[in-house]
Design a binder for this molecule. Structure first.
Ligand code: ADP
Ligand code: MG
Length: 397
């Protein structure tokens, strides 16, 4: 149906030849290669990452592409189709001082050099992506991971994908200044097509879990409420602190180690915050078991239970998110939940393909009725991790 294209109609979809052409136009020569890294969405496991727990993201069929070539000097240039007025020219020495959008790209190059990237080459990098920026689909990790793969491969570096993921995270932590975990980069680099990645945030061990959605006619939609709450940063820090306090009160290293029985020793807000994490961990494991048993439709109620827990116990939902979840469920969704830190952002919906169009219309109508901004609905499909694109320069005459 047409609505499934509604996300596409607001997002320019970019191809590898587009990005190579942009490189040629901006830099005046061919790139050495074009690399693509996907965004991601987390199926379940919300606010479990900072409690040493499990998350279950899958990469999506939207990518950041980077066309790249080495330079003979120590200059680094970066340009993006999504930041056309903010081209940056700098040097290898100045990488950690990068600011603005370029901090994600230049910070990654810096972190990789710290991690042992061979050579002292400068770089020309041209970026173009179709992961929407700031919609909770991790355009930031897609950018970092595309840059990481590009410079590692073109340098002939022997760096494995977990090392590339850590470099992306380090860029975001130390150069951008955002205290994110490793989930987004791990998903972008390590996911297999059609599968989610069960990631243990304590050990960083990952396991593929086949989703099997196509086989049973299910789709996933991401509905961006376009509500961004001013309290998001403060609320996030407060919830993290509550989790640390609850773990201390229980005498466990992290809430991942708490059992349901231990919760009886807590009360008030600490009880509610800890109960979300403990029950969410259990939901992650139930979802993995259902997927492994080939029963993906039964994942729906676990997603909805996750939302209720995030709303009632963790207290990070807002009316615009609740309205999308309710409208989706009323119109045939199997399950829905807010994704990301909360206080705004997006809702993930699991639905039969046949109900997708109706759900898309219903969430837009409900937002209008409730006086919320018009949400953007995007269908996302589970995709494989970052890759070098099959691309070679057109022969010259
Ligand atoms: P999310 O990762 O959920 O999309 P973030 O706030 O973490 O949201 O990252 C979005 C930021 O990442 C943008 O504001 C921009 O600075 C940077 N970014 C991501 N992709 C691109 C891109 N293709 N071109 C330029 N900047 C980008
Ligand atoms: Mg991000």
């Amino acid at each position: 149906g047409d609505f499934l294209a509604s996300g596409d109609s607001v997002d320019a979809r970019l191809t590898t030849p587009d990005v190579a052409a942009a490189f040629r136009e901006a830099v005046g020569r061919d790139p050495e290669g074009v690399f693509a890294a996907p965004g991601r969405v987390n199926l379940i496991g919300e606010h479990t990452d900072h409690n040493d727990g499990h998350v279950l993201p899958f990469a999506i069929d939207r990518h950041c592409r980077v066309a790249a070539a080495r330079r003979a000097d120590d200059t680094v240039t970066v340009r993006s189709a999504q930041a056309p007025d903010e081209a940056v020219t700098t040097t290898l020495d100045a990488l950690p001082r990068a600011r603005g959008w370029s901090a994600y790209a230049l910070g990654t190059l810096w972190a990789l050099r710290e991690a042992g990237l061979p050579g002292d080459d400068g770089w020309d990098l041209v970026v173009a992506g179709d992961v929407p920026l700031g919609s909770g689909l991790s355009s930031s990790a897609a950018l970092e991971c595309a840059v990481a793969l590009a410079v590692a491969e073109l340098s002939g570096a022997d760096l494995d994908r977990p090392t590339l993921a850590r470099a992306g995270r380090r860029a975001e932590n130390d150069v951008v200044g955002a205290p994110v975990g490793i989930m987004d980069q791990a998903a972008s680099l390590l996911c297999r097509e059609g599968a989610a990645l069960l990631l243990d945030c304590r050990t960083l061990e990952g396991q593929d879990v086949a989703l099997g959605l196509d086989e049973v006619g299910l789709v996933t939609l991401v509905v961006d409420t376009r509500v961004r709450h001013d309290l998001a940063d403060g609320g996030y820090a407060d919830r993290r602190a509550a989790c640390v306090a609850a773990a201390e009160a229980l005498g466990v290293p992290a809430l991942r180690d708490a059992t349901p029985a231990m919760l009886e020793r807590l009360d008030g807000d600490l009880l509610r915050r800890a109960r979300h994490v403990v029950t969410e961990q259990a939901r992650v494991h139930r979802v993995v078991a259902l997927l492994r048993a080939g029963r993906p439709a039964e994942v729906g109620p676990e997603l909805t239970a996750s939302h209720a827990s995030l709303r009632d116990d963790f207290a990070v939902s807002v009316p615009a998110l609740d309205a999308v979840v309710e409208a989706a469920l009323e119109h045939g969704a199997l399950g829905a939940r807010l994704v990301g830190g909360g206080f705004g952002g997006s809702v993930l919906v699991l639905a039969p393909a046949s109900a997708a169009e109706r759900i898309g219309e219903a969430v837009v109508r409900r937002a209008a009725d409730d006086g919320h901004p018009e949400p953007v609905v995007r269908a996302v499909r589970p995709a494989g991790g970052a890759r070098r694109e099959p691309w070679t320069p057109a022969p010259r005459h």
